[in-house]
Design a protein around this ligand. Structure first.
Ligand code: CS2
Length: 483
């Protein structure tokens, strides 16, 4: 393969730069393939000053890759039938928060900025997933509380920037979360208010009264960009893009239409669904998509599959996921108006089968302790109470337990990435029997609500599933659950 870095570097076009109206916290691939593109399209269609300043909260990598190419990048649409590169220029600058927190605060406090968008992943909200409360023992929150002028967490930046705006007599910005959390607007509002209240009660009250935190449902499958993707794109476009994003054609964004002073890009012009209540959309997406994604990730990884598409190419796994939708997930959902959930699930299977999307099971398996509650456990508990046999989702939880034990089915080590990884491994290692491993892991209250962990029928079924995985492996258990 030719050296892609020898090609001319991707650059911006001569088009005038749009003025900045958005600051984005957490500039990963997902936002650049989703929110940023909608915003760019809305500007192209209806105008407005909605250029984006991207902020990396931890690592300088994104800035190092994007700045030398003027923050332009390629969003490569990967359909089963072909590849379409889109050249995107909506990002104007990338700041690295730990290097220069003051620059980030200056950007956020700029009067021209009307919206702060966030993709900081589940763990970035520094909350306890089971209660939604701020985790005051979180190291970043401790730093925020010790020195709010130099914040560490996304919440710290929001609170401090809002404090500066209030002091300057400015209006607040809208906080638009784009992470996969149920009632994500309410969650971010809750933790922002909690943190603000610990710093200054009157600031808390001002934010509560004036700021807006619309809920959103975001959807587009965006696997992490791999070196071979960069090389292949170089061959396509004849340029070296150090930071392209890979994305499926499908996309959906449902947004609660509640912005500070009603100011926002013309989202409706580009297919964003502006609604009063996002919850039915969020439940549908989190449970049907993310719930099965995580289930396939653990069972697929253990079964030796590298990607979601490889996993569902195995007939037993395709039957397993179809059964999850039909028997366990869809019966527990109230569909959003006008949506046929059976058709939605069928379309999801086709999206998973897209061979051009190489989405690693290992990538989706990351941060399971933060993802499991809203993706799987809530609906599992509800289904059991309603008397539905939830065998497939129970098997998925057992697979997560096996996965966090850190040893795969051939005896190899699994690189488990999750905030609780060390603790989970220790709990798994301390067990003398499979049943004990299940008991130990169920004791983790950040993940398992007490009501579920003490449900005897659930514990029994989970133990059996876990023992089955240990004795027979994931492929056999998936086939058994399906057949
Ligand atoms: C995935 C999501 O990595 C994961 O946990 O389940 O990123 C998923 O691809 C998106 O939510 C799709 O919209």
């Amino acid at each position: 393969m030719t050296d892609v870095t020898a090609l001319p570097r991707l650059t911006r076009s001569d088009a005038a730069k749009p003025a900045v109206g958005v600051v984005h916290l957490g500039l990963g691939a997902f936002y650049r393939a989703h929110g940023a593109i909608y915003i760019a399209e809305a500007m192209a269609k209806s105008g407005g000053d909605w250029g984006i300043v991207g902020v990396s909260l931890k690592s300088p990598t994104q800035a190092q890759r994007l700045m030398p190419q003027g923050c332009a990048y390629t969003a490569l649409e990967l359909a089963p039938t072909g590849r379409i590169p889109h050249h995107v220029e909506v990002v104007q600058n990338v700041l690295v928060a730990p290097h220069d927190p003051a620059a980030v605060l200056t950007a956020m406090a700029d009067e021209a900025v009307k919206i702060v968008t966030l993709t900081v992943t589940e763990k970035g909200y520094c909350h306890e997933p089971s209660t939604g409360r701020l985790n005051q023992a979180h190291p970043d929150i401790k730093q925020d509380l010790a020195d709010i002028a130099n914040p560490a967490s996304a919440l710290g930046f929001l609170v401090r920037a809002l404090e500066i705006r209030r002091a300057a007599g400015l209006r607040p910005f809208t906080v638009l979360t784009c992470d996969n959390l149920p009632e994500n607007g309410r969650v971010v509002r809750g933790v922002v208010l909690e943190l603000a209240g610990l710093i200054d009660e009157s600031l808390r009250d001002w934010i509560a009264a004036e700021c807006r935190f619309p809920a959103t449902m975001v959807d587009r499958i965006v696997p992490a960009t791999k070196p071979e993707d960069i090389a292949a794109l170089g061959a396509d476009i004849g340029k070296y893009d150090a930071s392209p994003v890979m994305m499926e054609p499908f996309r959906q964004w449902v947004v609660e239409d509640d912005f500070v002073d009603g100011v926002r890009p013309d989202f409706a012009a580009v297919g964003v669904e502006l609604v009063e209540n996002v919850t039915p959309f969020e439940d549908m997406k989190l449970r049907c998509l993310n719930g099965t994604h995580s289930s396939l990730a653990y069972l697929g990884y253990l079964g030796g599959f590298e990607t979601i598409c490889d996993t569902v190419a195995e007939p037993a796994y395709a039957a397993y996921v179809t059964g999850l939708w039909r028997d366990e997930i869809v019966p527990g959902l109230t569909p959003p108006e006008g949506v046929d959930l059976t058709a939605y699930a069928a379309a999801l299977l086709a999206r998973y089968q897209n061979p051009a999307i190489r989405h690693l099971t290992w990538q989706i398996a990351m941060d399971g302790s933060q993802k499991l509650p809203q993706r799987i456990l809530t609906q599992l508990g509800e289904g059991l109470s309603a008397g539905r046999p939830m065998t497939g989702l129970v098997l998925a939880v057992a697979a997560w337990m096996r996965y966090v034990g850190g040893v795969d089915e051939t005896g190899g080590a699994i690189d488990v990435r999750a905030p609780l990884a060390a603790r989970l491994k220790a709990l798994s290692d301390a067990a003398k029997t499979p049943a004990e491993a299940v008991t130990n892991l169920l004791s983790v209250e950040q993940v398992f609500p007490v009501a579920l962990a003490s449900n005897a029928a659930f514990v029994d079924a989970l133990t059996q599933a876990y023992e089955g995985l240990v004795a027979h492996g994931a492929r056999a258990m998936v086939a058994k659950t399906t057949g």
